[in-house]
Design a protein around this ligand. Structure first.
Ligand code: KIV
Length: 282
């Protein structure tokens, strides 16, 4: 069944034209997608950041297509309104165009995503072109690209010299030309993001790229205070749920240990006659 309120690629493009900010959050499972969808966010990204936030890896490189599809399928069951983007993992699109198209197709055919995202500039336009030509919308990702953090020398701000900023602008223009419908800009100086956003006709979605992008994305766990192992400077925590959750788990443990839970209202009863018959049959 189709949802008439579903956000489309045209809605996202027209937000840029009307100068209305695009909102995007990550989600990694069914309950998370239901919550983000209910909040009216435009785009849900099933980010490969799930490697850290959900699977406990130290970076995104280890995550596989099957890991991603497993989480995308769950998100698709909960995200009925938002436009759904699945992150293509490291080495699932760089090898050759045919492999890139086949892997991107799995996100739509098997996991009901609306689009895919991939990282990189001019070096991946061959993959963007092939995937878009196959009819699959592609979101780009420039600046701090976590899949190649080792090559970048770590999780650092990018595009912060004139030369690097020029390269970033050239990459963004190349991605737009190759057919991307939008580009994530991660951890770059705000003035660079502003120039790039103005130079493109497609919307930019910033994370640590300042207020002049056409939209903003945050990671689900950062926004809710659920992941305290690493919080980037640009993440805003709107609520700190972690201590509340630990307190709730402690209360459960203490109530079980002291015999307070389960209470009568949590307990099923049976008719006295049935109980007696059962006890007498022993
Ligand atoms: O994987 C992810 O969550 C991302 C966002 C940081 C844009 O790529």
């Amino acid at each position: 069944m189709t949802n008439s309120n579903k956000v489309t690629i045209l809605d996202i493009q027209s937000k840029k034209e009307r100068k209305q900010p695009v909102t995007m959050l990550t989600a990694y499972d069914y309950p998370g997608a239901l919550l983000v969808d209910e909040a009216g966010v435009d785009i849900i990204l099933v980010g490969d950041s799930l490697a850290m936030t959900v699977l406990g890896h130290s970076g995104t490189v280890a995550v596989t297509i099957d890991d991603m599809l497993h989480h995308c399928k769950a998100v698709a069951r909960g995200g009925n309104r938002a436009f759904l983007v699945g992150d293509m993992p490291f080495l699932s699109y760089q090898i050759n165009p045919a492999e890139a198209v086949r892997n991107a197709g799995r996100f739509l055919k098997e996991a009901a995503m609306d689009a895919v995202k991939l990282e990189g500039g001019q070096e991946v336009t061959f993959a963007v072109q092939a995937i878009v030509q196959a009819g699959i919308p592609v979101m780009g990702h420039l600046g701090l690209t976590p899949q190649t953090a080792a090559k970048l020398g770590g999780y650092k701000v990018q595009g912060n010299t004139a030369e690097k900023a020029k390269k970033l602008l050239a990459d963004a223009l190349a991605l737009e030309k190759a057919g991307c419908f939008s580009i994530v800009l991660e951890a770059i100086p705000s003035p660079v993001a502003e120039v790039v956003s103005k130079a493109l006709t497609i919307p930019t979605i910033g994370i640590g790229a300042g207020p002049h992008c056409d939209g903003q994305i945050l990671i689900f766990h950062d926004l809710l205070g659920l992941f305290d192992q690493f919080t980037p400077k640009f993440a805003r925590q709107y609520v700190n749920l972690r201590p509340l959750m630990v307190d709730a788990f402690k209360s459960f443990r203490q109530e079980v240990e002291s015999g307070v839970f389960p209470a009568p209202e949590h307990t099923f009863k049976m008719k006295q006659a049935e109980l007696e018959e059962f006890l007498n049959s022993e």
